[in-house]
Design a protein. Structure first.
Length: 256
């Protein structure tokens, strides 16, 4: 996995020059340089520490998250590496390097897992259908079909009686398609309100309640994506793709 250096430094320095006071900009620029230099020396813990300083200062950068992912991966922290690469993809969905790296990290994480939960990683069919297209594509699809249906109805009113059958059929098809597209869009909106998180440690015990004294329901492995349902103090209720739910500590999850 290759570290990103020159482009990242220029981009982050440009952001800091605009949004940060000079002293803070200098501090963050030095942190970025320390991270790159530590990585080149093979000091991956030091590199991660420097990049984490930038992250704690709320610097939003796909290159920062990518470099964090590389340093975590080099240290064998696959859960954190997957989380960092996923964050890079949130900022830059077309980042092929981050997508390749997260795939490789997930494969290694799967090899470490001995007792995998059936269906824990694969979203239900309806969820995959609802998120197959991008949100903007789903909006345009619904609007196009909806307007197309009413356009056909307008044309039908001006057609001769013997020519209306084909137009009526087209209206029915477009209307049905518009209803399906609307249902798809509503499903997407409901799903988008439930945030994702990534399991950070190699193994986490999922409890029946928001306390360590509750019985362990099952275990999840590092890098697994889960839905965050609600919070109770230092605990979070999560849902797996297969529908299983339970509580984990907030510190064991990285929000996306």
């Amino acid at each position: 996995m290759r570290l990103r250096r020159a482009v990242s430094t220029a981009a982050i320095c440009a952001l800091l020059a605009v949004f940060a006071p000079q002293a803070r900009a200098d501090f963050l620029d030095q942190a970025w340089k320390r991270g790159n230099e530590a990585h080149l020396r093979g000091d991956y813990a030091g590199a991660a520490s420097a990049y984490e300083q930038l992250d704690k200062q709320h610097v939003v950068s796909a290159d920062l998250y990518y470099n964090l992912g590389v340093t975590y991966f080099r240290q064998g922290q696959l859960g954190r590496a997957i989380w960092a690469f996923e964050r890079a993809l949130v900022v830059a969905p077309d980042d092929e390097d981050a997508r390749f790296n997260v795939t490789q990290a997930r494969k290694l994480a799967d090899q470490r897992t001995h007792d995998k939960l059936e269906g824990a990683e694969r979203e239900p069919l309806w969820s995959r259908i609802a998120t197959f297209f991008s949100p903007s594509t789903e909006v345009w699809l619904f609007c196009g079909l909806y307007l197309g249906c009413f356009g056909m109805l307008f044309v039908r009113r001006r057609m001769a009686e013997d020519s209306r059958l084909a137009i009526t059929t087209a209206c029915a098809v477009l209307g049905t398609a518009a209803l399906l597209a609307g249902a798809l869009l509503l499903g997407r909106m409901n799903l988008d309100r439930i945030p994702f998180a990534v399991v950070l440690p190699d193994t986490v015990a999922v409890k029946e309640g928001a306390d360590s004294n509750f019985r362990t329901s099952f275990e999840v492995h590092g890098g697994l994506r889960v839905r965050v349902l609600d919070r109770e103090q230092d605990w979070v209720r999560v849902r797996l793709a297969n529908g299983l739910e339970g509580f984990v500590r907030t510190e064991d999850l990285g929000l996306l």
